[in-house]
Structures are given as C-alpha cells and as structure tokens.
Design a protein around this ligand. Structure first.
Ligand code: PLP
Length: 402
C-alpha cells in the first residue's frame, strides 16, 4: 500500500494502481520488485503444516505464499471489496479450488447450464467421481434455481454474463434463495471484471476471476484468483494452495498487477468501443442479431444496467446465412482483429462458436435448456472481445470480412 493510502476511501482507479503495493523499504524503488525466491530465511524454527498458517505468518516457502503474489492478492481483494484473496496458476485452478475445497462426497452443487466450458466439463466429469452431485440450471431463471435446491445443496455457482450467450444472472436474487437454503454462492466474474460488477456487494460469498482475461489485460499471463471472507480463503489456502499446489508464479503476478493498474481505464475504453461496434453491427445488413448488455436490444438490458457499472467489451453476434462459412472468411481475412479464443485483451479477438458442437461437447442440456440456448444462439454465435484499437479501424476490419 502506498504510504498514506486509505483503502476505505480510495476509489477503484486509485486502488488498481496503489492497492497492495508499497515503495521498497530497502531501495526506495517506486515500482514493485519481483521476489522469485522459493524459500525464506526465518528468525526462528517454523512449523511444517499448512494448518499452522495465519495471516501474519512470515514467508516460509514459495508454495505457501510469495510477496509479489501477496501484493496482487491485496490489490484484487480491494477491487472486489473482499476481506481476502488467493491467487492461483490459472482461472481453472481458481474454479477447482472453490469446487474441490468446499464440497465433499454427498454434497450437491448447482452449476449454470451454460458457463465456461472447462467448468462445465469439471462439473460433468470430475465432481461426480468424488460423490458430489451436480444439477445444471439456467440460472437466469431464479425459480429454476429455487426448484433445484436440496437439503444437501452446499454451493450455487454462477457465471454472469455467461459464455458465449452473454446471458445474465441476477446475483442478488440467487444469493437470497441460496442463503435461505444455507448454501454458499460463488460467482465467476471474469466477463464483467471487478470494474463491472462486485458480486460480494450483491450477497455472493465468493468471487473468482480468470486473471488471464481483463485483469491482466494483455494476453501474456495465465492466472486466477478467488476473493472472499478471510475464513473461506483460509480454507482454500490450506487445501488448494498448499495441498493441491496450483500456485501463481511471481513473474505472472507481477505482469498481472501491472496490467491491473490500468483496468479501470481500459474497461471504460472497452465499453465505449463495444457500444459503438455493437450499434454498427446491429445496423449491418449481414448481421442477424447482436447480444451486448449495454445495448437496449439485450433481453436483460435492465438487469445489466442495475448489476453492472460497466458493460464490459464482450458481445456475441449472429450472421445471416451460414455461420461456418462466414467463420472461414472471417478467420482468413481479418487484418486487425485476431481470430482466436480468450478475451479481455487490448487486441480484439473473435471466434465462432457453433451451437451443435458446443451442445455435443461441453454442454449436455435438457430439452428446455437446449431450446433456451438455441433461442439466444441460433446455429452459432461469433464471440467478440472488443479491444482497444480505434473503433473505426475495427468497423472497417469487420465490414470487409462479413
Ligand atoms: C478463461 C475463463 C476461465 C478459465 O480461466 P483460465 O485462466 O483460462 O484457466 C474461467 N471462466 C471464464 C468465464 C473464463 O473466461
């Protein structure tokens, strides 16, 4: 923390820069050093069990904690308004930290019917092997979540806006339902970023990010984090950090913290470009429909305006005619945007997500869920992560390939 920063009064733009960071006491360096050491010299003999770790334990060993990673954890906790944060080697490591540390054999978890594919597949293939039962629910319908609750439901996991439908879930409403049933709520906040939504302030118990996306923001570092109460993070630290061991490298923490400093500024620019590009696409003769929470045409625009302080840069669109052949032309002929997976970078990224393929691989949905999915996505959507290039250059790039 900068010498006089008061985290309670400083605003996100200030916290993003100064949160977790202090001038180096040894050298006066204004920018943070990277601490790469894997082990630490201690003044007295320290214990060897993770359960002895406390918040003010000295650094002992790199898997238990690292000063550069700790600084990013403090920054993310401040940006999410959380007591504590734990960083992991990837967004998936953060998701599995939540699901495997908080659930046991005999427990039940509610997962979104449509969410990040890795999490959908973890819920389908891995959790049941450990005796954890999973119900997939379209969480945009609160009544479906309420109907799926059981006495042994320990966790409701949400992803909003969700991939690739840009469908929203009302976090406050689901949190009320879950609390009434004694279940925790975790939110994958990757698409909204902490600048768009702070799920803990809406009643969620845990929030996770793939830091690979908006927070790192430059497409050069994989990482993840979970923000929650100190008590929940302590549980995750003992199990996932120390025992499963999927920790973040100090170098990646340094890169991601450097990216995070400009997150508030970038999110404003992502939103501005996305709004302009969304309007351009909506009026384009080759475009069937556009899904962007910031546009009045989004079926949940009112919820988006209530729940999101920034609409982010993620949108999906459908083209008229055959999506697959358009995708081939788009991939072959784009001059600026990259045809690539991932999102949240300074560069615009676009990829095609064919409905039949996704429904057959990652999402195995029931009939009603499948028809909801097709209503949003048709035969397939282009997922567009609007970057920070000049918006007129992006319009020309897309116009030329559509
Ligand atoms: C990318 C992503 C993940 C997984 O993060 P990795 O850093 O790739 O492991 C999880 N959830 C969402 C919404 C994502 O976009």
């Amino acid at each position: 923390m900068a010498r006089n920063l008061d985290p309670n009064s400083a605003r996100p733009a200030t916290l993003a820069i100064h949160g977790g960071e202090r001038p180096d006491p040894a050298t006066g360096a204004s920018s943070p050093n990277i601490v790469m050491s894997s082990t630490y010299v201690t003044d007295r003999p320290e214990g060897f069990s993770a359960s002895e770790l406390t918040e003010d334990s000295p650094f002992v060993y790199g898997r238990w904690g690292n000063p550069t990673v700790r600084a990013l954890e403090e920054k993310m906790a401040l940006l999410e308004g959380a007591e504590a944060c734990a960083c992991y080697g990837s967004g998936m490591a953060a998701a599995s930290a939540i699901l495997l540390s908080l659930l046991s054999s005999g427990d039940h978890v509610i997962l979104p019917d449509v969410c990040y594919a890795g999490i959908a597949e973890l819920g389908r293939d891995t959790l049941p092997r450990f005796g954890i039962s999973v119900t997939k629910v379209n969480t945009s319908r609160a009544e479906d979540v309420a109907a799926a609750m059981r006495p042994e439901t320990k966790l409701v996991f949400l992803d909003t806006p969700c991939n690739p439908l840009i469908r929203l879930t009302d976090i406050a409403e689901i949190a009320r339902i879950a609390r009434g049933n004694g279940a925790l709520v975790a939110v994958d906040n990757t698409f909204a970023s902490p600048i768009g939504t702070n799920p803990l302030s809406l009643g969620a118990d845990l929030v996770m990010h793939s830091l690979t996306k908006y927070v790192g923001g430059h497409g050069d570092a994989i990482g993840g984090c979970v923000c929650a109460s100190a008590e929940l993070i302590r549980k995750l630290t003992i199990e996932a950090t120390v025992h499963y061991g999927g920790v973040m490298s100090p170098f990646n923490a340094w890169l991601i913290a450097r990216g995070a400093a400009t997150l508030p500024l970038r999110m404003r620019a992502h939103q501005e470009n996305a709004l302009a590009l969304g309007e351009f696409l909506e009026s384009h003769p080759k475009i069937e429909s556009v899904l962007y929470p910031g546009l009045p045409s989004h079926p949940q625009h009112n919820l988006a305006a209530m729940q999101m302080n920034n609409f982010s840069g993620m949108m999906s669109f459908r083209v008229k005619g055959d999506g697959r052949s358009t995708a081939e032309a788009v991939a072959a002929n784009l001059k600026i945007a990259h045809y690539a997976v991932s999102l949240g970078h300074q560069r615009t990224l676009v990829c095609y997500m064919p409905t039949d393929d996704l429904l057959a691989s990652s999402f195995l949905l029931n009939t009603e869920q499948e028809s909801d999915y097709r209503r949003f996505a048709g035969e397939g959507v282009f997922r567009l992560s609007v970057g920070l290039e000049h918006v007129q250059d992006l319009m020309a790039d897309l116009d030329a390939v559509l």
